[in-house]
Design a protein around this ligand. Structure first.
Ligand SMILES: NC(=O)c1ccc[n+]([C@@H]2O[C@H](COP(=O)([O-])OP(=O)(O)OC[C@H]3O[C@@H](n4cnc5c(N)ncnc54)[C@H](OP(=O)(O)O)[C@@H]3O)[C@@H](O)[C@H]2O)c1
Length: 161
């Protein structure tokens, strides 16, 4: 299954200046537990927003650059379809951003794992609208704000209709 995973603000904001807009440790934990052991597909800018590759995941980085150098356990593809072709079949693969890649992924994804942050932010990168005609909300789990989480959020799982 192809799963798009993203943390999205109330106004669909994803990031600014190639960085995230919030620090939500329980969302990071969930991202880690879902994606560990799997192939993860991302745009070149998202890859460059990490200090180093994420442990125990095989990275596929999408770029138009011909000879983009990458570390071990990272591979390069020159389109989203090529990236998907490089992943093992019949396994869950995760599309992890950013804005450009999410936009292109909506036709390919079978499932969306959205962390909806209940706040709007000034941003330069946004998640596309989730079309109710194409996606059905399957599960919703609320997480309140607390001393470690400045904003409340909900884990929303959508399945393609
Ligand atoms: N909130 C979240 O869950 C979340 C998740 C991930 C990222 N983010 C945020 O999103 C922002 C980054 O997103 P972004 O939209 O700026 O960049 P991005 O989607 O991460 O990467 C864009 C790059 O991908 C490559 N690319 C895109 N489409 C392509 C295609 N069809 N064929 C070949 N290469 C293609 C290009 O690389 P080249 O220029 O090298 O050709 C392009 O510059 C950051 O702020 C990051 O923190 C947020």
């Amino acid at each position: 299954m192809i799963i798009t995973i993203a943390a999205v603000a109330q106004n669909n904001a994803l990031g600014k200046d190639n960085d995230l807009l919030w620090h939500l440790p329980d969302d990071f934990k969930r991202f880690k537990s879902l994606t560990t052991g799997h192939y993860i597909i991302m745009g070149r800018k998202t890859f460059e927003s990490f200090p180093k590759p994420l442990p125990n995941r095989t990275h596929i980085i999408i770029t138009r650059q011909k000879e983009y150098p990458v570390p071990d356990n990272c591979f390069v593809a020159n389109s989203l379809t090529k990236a998907i072709e490089m992943c093992p079949k019949n396994e869950d693969i995760y599309i992890i951003g950013g804005g450009e890649i999410y936009k292109q992924s909506m036709d390919f994804a079978d499932k969306l794992e959205i962390t909806k942050v209940h706040q709007s932010f000034d941003a330069d990168t946004f998640f596309p609208e989730i079309d109710d005609n194409k996606w059905k909300l399957h599960e919703e789990v609320f997480h309140p704000e607390d001393e470690k989480h400045k904003y409340s959020f909900s884990f929303l799982t959508y399945l393609k209709k």
